[in-house]
Design a protein around this ligand. Structure first.
Ligand code: PMP
Length: 364
């Protein structure tokens, strides 16, 4: 005997704001000169690669990782010169830490405040966790608008403020005195996101001890470990003990821990690569400044923002010539006709500048 079961159409349980989101876009880059994602372009010395290969061969990947990642934390502490009494929390990339911070403060109506244009994940993650996002416009030269920031903090009483220092995608360091005023005015936590610290001349880590509501976040992605996914948050134990409760167990895998410890023991190698990137940044900036029609912005990071007429066509022209950079045109209005190029090896940078000149000539 057969019975006909009624068709049940499930109600869509997804939140409207999630359905309205666009996923973080990662462009396919196979076979291209890849200057889109602020990666370190240099490979490691052969002897260090051999050491890593031996470590990985012996790794206990059948076991869960050290949940507290004690060895790794000790190395991070050593290379980061944390002030006395400060602790660290590890994330699977610093993206994960942004999410964890937002989760910790996301009561109904809570505000996450940042500046615009800045790193897009601050706004996206606000949506993920149901926080209200407030983006305070930067001035035309991409510096902080002190009055607008202090007014917004007074009005919005944000639970969480994110300031990228240097800022992505503009590349500049904000005025440190203004950031200090923001920290003093903020009723909640202020996170200084130092993703690009390795290329910048200043840091807020030495100020951690002076402000109860300051946290500093860093990633090793730009220093040569983008593939490992490792970031950390530094700050007072009282905050980090609470945030630890939200960290998913084992969020940093066995291989990431092993390899990162080894690389941090050879921190000098990474710093030397960062130094080369800074030298190349100066050369690339000078080369870009010779290209007619290009307006550059100076950078304290491992990328350069520039403006050019017909930016999307220039971006496509570069792609046809085998060079992938980041198109920021049609994103934020302040970035109309802006493109962002990551500093690569000398050869990559040369190829990029030749391709750019060629594209601009063709479009003229
Ligand atoms: N903060 C800023 C300002 C960034 O630009 C990025 C990467 N684009 C991140 C955080 C996240 O880096 P990751 O997740 O690789 O640590």
């Amino acid at each position: 005997m057969s019975s006909v079961r009624p068709v049940v159409v499930p109600a869509n349980p997804l939140r409207l704001e999630v359905m309205a989101l666009h996923a973080y876009h990662v462009a396919p880059a196979s076979g291209m000169i890849k200057l889109d994602a602020m990666e370190n372009p240099y490979v490691l010395p052969q002897d260090l690669r051999d050491e890593i290969a031996r470590l990985v061969a012996d790794a206990e990947i059948n076991r869960y990782p050290d949940a507290g990642a004690q060895l790794l934390k000790a190395e991070i502490r050593r290379v980061s010169n944390l002030p006395h009494g400060m602790d660290i929390l590890l994330g699977n990339g610093s993206d994960e830490i942004i999410q964890l911070l937002a989760l910790a403060v996301a009561r109904p109506g809570a505000v996450l405040l940042s500046v615009e244009p800045s790193f897009v994940m601050y706004k996206m993650i606000s949506t993920f966790v149901g926080m209200r996002y407030v983006g305070v416009p930067l001035d035309d030269d991409f510096s902080l608008n002190r009055k607008a920031m202090l007014d917004a903090i007074r009005q919005e009483q944000p639970a969480l403020v994110f300031l990228a220092y240097p800022n992505n995608p503009t590349g500049n360091l904000f005025d440190a005195a203004t950031i200090k005023q923001i920290i003093e005015a903020a009723p909640g936590l202020v996170v200084v996101d130092e993703a690009y610290y390795a290329f910048a001349r200043d840091s807020f880590i030495p100020h951690l001890a002076h402000y109860d509501n300051l946290l500093v976040m860093r990633t090793f992605s730009k220093l040569g470990m983008a593939g490992l996914r490792l970031g950390f948050l530094a700050g007072a134990k009282a905050w980090l003990n609470q945030l630890e409760k939200l960290r998913l167990p084992y969020n940093v895998g066995v291989l990431s821990q092993l390899v990162a410890v080894k690389l941090l023991q050879h921190h000098d190698v990474l710093l030397e690569q960062a130094e080369r990137i800074k030298q190349q940044r100066a050369r690339l900036l000078a080369a870009l400044n010779t290209v007619v029609g290009v307006r550059t912005y100076s950078s304290e990071a491992n990328f350069i923002l520039f403006r050019v007429a017909k930016a999307t066509q220039v971006f496509e022209g570069l792609k046809q010539r085998g060079v992938l950079i980041k198109n920021l045109n049609s994103g934020h209005p302040a970035l109309t006709d802006c493109l962002r190029v990551t500093v690569g090896t000398p050869d990559e940078n040369r190829s990029f500048v030749v391709a750019l000149q060629d594209t601009i000539n063709q479009l003229a």
